[in-house]
Design a protein around this ligand. Structure first.
Ligand SMILES: [Zn+2]
Length: 57
């Protein structure tokens, strides 16, 4: 039997919203995760101090 065809999307990367900062944010920067009706919201805190919020549907 082959394994499931889907892949985990946990590694979806995003980029910092900070001014002049394009640092890639990953799991290590994940500060907060919560699920709402609109999807899963994730807040990442960058080393530059900016917080970037993403929504994963
Ligand atoms: Zn940053």
């Amino acid at each position: 039997m082959a394994g499931p065809a889907y892949v985990m999307l946990e590694d979806l990367r995003c980029v910092c919203d900070g001014r002049n900062c394009e640092r890639a944010l990953g799991e290590n920067d994940l500060m907060l995760r919560m699920t709402t009706d609109a999807g899963e919201r994730r807040a990442y805190e960058c080393a530059c101090g900016a917080v970037t919020v993403t929504v994963v549907r």
